[in-house]
Design a protein around this ligand. Sequence first.
Ligand SMILES: NC(=O)C1=CN([C@@H]2O[C@H](COP(=O)(O)OP(=O)(O)OC[C@H]3O[C@@H](n4cnc5c(N)ncnc54)[C@H](OP(=O)(O)O)[C@@H]3O)[C@@H](O)[C@H]2O)C=CC1
Ligand SMILES: CC(C)CCC[C@@H](C)[C@H]1CC=C2C3=C(CC[C@@]21C)[C@@]1(C)CC[C@H](O)C(C)(C)[C@@H]1CC3
Length: 460
Amino acid sequence: MGGPGTPESGGPECRDPSPGAAALILLLPATTLHLLLVARSGPARLLGPPPHLPRLSTLWSPRVLLLLLAWLGLQAALYLLPARKVVEGLELKDKSRLRYPINGFQALVLTALLVGLGVSAGLPLGTLSEMLLPLAFMAILTTFIFSFLLYMKAQVAPASGLAPGGNSGNTIYDFFLGRELNPRICSFDFKYFCELRPGLIGWVLINLALLVQEAELRGSPSLAMWLVNGFQLLYVGDALWHEEAVLTTMDITHDGFGFMLVFGDLVWVPFTYSLQAQFLLYHPQPLGLPTALAICLINAIGYYIFRGANSQKNTFRKNPSDPSVAGLETIPTATGKRLLVSGWWGMVRHPNYLGDLIMALAWSLPCVPVEGHSMRLGKISASAYWMSRYGPDPLTFTTDLTPCEPLGLSHLLPYFYFLYFFALLVHREARDEQQCLQKYGRAWQEYCRRVPYRIIPYIY
Ligand SMILES: NC(=O)C1=CN([C@@H]2O[C@H](COP(=O)(O)OP(=O)(O)OC[C@H]3O[C@@H](n4cnc5c(N)ncnc54)[C@H](OP(=O)(O)O)[C@@H]3O)[C@@H](O)[C@H]2O)C=CC1
Ligand SMILES: CC(C)CCC[C@@H](C)[C@H]1CC=C2C3=C(CC[C@@]21C)[C@@]1(C)CC[C@H](O)C(C)(C)[C@@H]1CC3
């Protein structure tokens, strides 16, 4: 999403960007709440109206806010622990480089240990799954306040610290895109912290809570729930293991830290990326072993392409004479950097997006078996926790499952992530192409000629 005056947008004279930004500021939180409500409703219709509108008293909860702040505090404390490695980011406008701690995987492991200790001491992790609505609501409020503070902080930031896109002078638009590139207090980098810690680790914790809740309700977690948890844990573990690679993404090097990324990191990722596990808790799906193995294979293929492509580029950028990439064909560019034209990057221009998309598909498939019977909520029985907090709610869990018609493709909800992600990556790819064309000019055109497909070979 380029700013007015940037090549992506076509210049400030084109149109006022604030209505679009304002609409997204309202629509994104509304969509999140809609998705959470729909996932727990019987018919789970993505495109229909929400099954009911929750009362404000069911969303507003100071206790849940405390829990959220404790989570953010814990992750911030883990971020500040001594890191096994500290690396420098890319060069900034003023020729300086920021330093970043590499301890994200350590934070994941320590969080897992703390949660494990808590559970063995009687912490009811499963009840987290019943707090998702108020938790998402309080996270949305926190996001608004945090983005406002970031906007204010940018007023006193030096011009060299501002992002290229979010400084148009249009308040709503700049609030949305973010003014400051790398907002920090001392060495604490807010964007880097939010991109990889509370949201990503929160996502797998929510998934785990849904798995635990399913085990409590039905005796054991379903195979589909195991698969979704396993696949997404692998994805998050991989992101934190290769934490350093995030420093070269456009989110860190180009985009300001405003509402869009704050909301994306702290609300969108944990609450909508866990939608498949949420769906499965309320709509358990029987999954045969052969189908499960086929889905694992699809995920493994996706991961192989995603990791292979990302590692190949990262290794090449760090050390082009590394033996694993030294034999690959390249094109020279005027900047002195070279572009890979063989290996993964000779197959399509964004092989890492292709792998990511294949994995996204594999995450949806356990939720929509094509064979056998789907299960849906039968008799309704709210849990004691929910009843005490919110009163009887016809949308709460049951252990009593009744078969219903196979969901198959008739249900879009489990595919929501895939569809959204496809749109996100197509948009992201177009932005990246613009930036690469500007950076590399004719060399990029030559690359496009030699590697004509963007994401999907022979199709797109
Ligand atoms: N799950 C999620 O919600 C999201 C996941 N992602 C994932 O994050 C990962 C990173 O994605 P993203 O930051 O968008 O971009 P990429 O990792 O694809 O990086 C793009 C950059 O790579 C370099 N590059 C492009 N082509 C070549 C080539 N042929 N040879 C060498 N270098 C090349 C260019 O930068 P330069 O030349 O300057 O090095 C270009 O700007 C992806 O795997 C993506 O799928 C991204 C967004 C959301
Ligand atoms: C709210 C909007 C609709 C969209 C917001 C977009 C954000 C959710 C994504 C923008 C780039 C992201 C990345 C990851 C997560 C999603 C967001 C924040 C990422 C951390 C996921 C794990 C990957 O391995 C990665 C490469 C580290 C990703 C970096 C980009």
